[in-house]
Ligand binder design. Sequence first.
Ligand code: ZN
Length: 170
Amino acid sequence: MARLEVRLLGDPVLRTEAEPVEAIDSNLRRLAADMFETMYAEEGVGLAAPQVGILKRLIVIDPQTEDVRPLALVNPSVVERDEDTERAEEGCLSVPGLKELVDRSVRVVVQATDLDGKPLRIEAEGLLGRILQHEVDHLNGVLFLDRVSPLKRKMLLRKWEKVRPAQARS
Ligand code: ZN
């Protein structure tokens, strides 16, 4: 396994839509293992392949709660979402140092396959539902910054200029 470099805000790969996974093979399983290692090293609870520069529809998740095991999801999509939303604080490994309150659907249903190609249907609320929505957004080039008001976003981007790591400076 290897720890991968997490791409930061400003990298165009984060704004590009990822391609569906066509074949679940040893390369994909190795990528998932490396993404788990990277996520744990960075103390995150979710990571999407575009965040490590790979434009494939693969996410890994571990909410670190007792009742949810770590999940690697291939070609995940949100197939149902509640209209009711709730607001909670989010951060992102690609935008370290920034946190903001984000509205998300209270409950979502996500369909995907696992790393054996077995279909999965996950009904999720709370933290798991929020992480799933955040990570599926990444596959579509969407960041949590896009889900806050324009004013908040402007403030966050101003803060980012001050806190962003050196490798994200142009
Ligand atoms: Zn993120």
